[in-house]
Design a protein around this ligand. Sequence first.
Ligand SMILES: Cc1ncc(COP(=O)(O)O)c(C=O)c1O
Length: 404
Amino acid sequence: MTTTDIERLEQLFSQKSNRAGQARFTNPRASGEKIALSSGFPDPRSMPKADMAESMRLALEKDGEWALQYGANRGYDRLLEQLRIKLKRDQGIECTDENLLIVSGAGQGLAIIAETFCDPGDVIISEEPTWMGAVRHFRNLGVDVETVAVDAGGTRVDALTETVERLIAAGRHPKLIYTIPNFQNPAGVTTTLERRKQIIELARTHTIPVIEDDAYSDLRFRGERVETMYQLDTSGMVIYLSTFSKIIGAGLRLGWIVAQPRFINAFAALKPEGGTSPFVSAAVSEFCASGTLVEHIGELRSVYAGRHAAMLEALGNHMPDDVTWTDPDGGFFVWVTLPDDVTVSQITPGLQEKGVDVSPGTMFHFHGGGENAVRLSYSFADEGQINTGVKVLADEIAAARSRS
Ligand SMILES: Cc1ncc(COP(=O)(O)O)c(C=O)c1O
């Protein structure tokens, strides 16, 4: 086949594929060779390998013939049962199986929810900056995204209200509001209880579903849990989304959606693979039922508390006075705002040369912006690497300044 043949075949790609563009074939293993302050990968040293091996053995022994079979499309029964227990215990969410759908990661969950409500050209409202996976999913879908800033108290509800009212006045009904209320990725901020209630009220008044992406709430290492929006909502507007990626292992590819049964039914109809990974689900249900999940989350909280402390200390020690950063109560991320006269593209080559990876702020924006910010993650690198990485970042900022 010649290059021209391939080019002709490429002309047949769908509009969705053209919007998605080229894949970046990333490999998390490569991060192991660097000081990776860039990714939201969970701590490699805390992976519960032995406990998971035992959970897999038990899963096969107890229910191997069904664990290795195609699965029920809502999800593996025992995992649904364990999730109901977990959601009640840890998130204050009481639900039945009709409210649940197991998906292959929260990322897939988000794509399915967005696809259920949106056609190309529809409008979604999202926080900005926000998780780059959401930036990608919404772009692929061809929706317009209106953005709302976050501050120390989380979603700016004044801006959200103004955006909703402006869109409705212009005859454009927002199809979804997307929010990450706990330890927001990438900003690290948590939306206050008061604002959560205001968002729900706004959504109810204008009939706009709210996606509550709660990937990190179990990893709170400081302060009191703020009630989930799903728990606070009595109108059925909130669609809750979460994952085992950060609390057991991202390699499981297992997440869940909690929502009204009518929504769940629609999501399940769009789910490409039918029942998600029964074998992995069976192992995870054993991991939960044995009490290992609760223990493991406790251990992770102290690991990430230590990393967070190391990150904050390093920032305090190395950064010049005009660099600012957020201070999360949990999760993985700190959002660092660079001095006005320094952009992320000026410091990236130097960082790469010295083997330090950070995430440029631009990755978390829909329509440009974020040039003078970086997201630093303290989940993957250890304390020593965090200190070295932050020092290198501070040196690169100083070098960029002296060059200009
Ligand atoms: C806010 C947020 N939502 C969803 C995900 C993806 O979760 P999963 O690994 O379950 O697809 C991530 C992972 O980085 C995240 O930060």
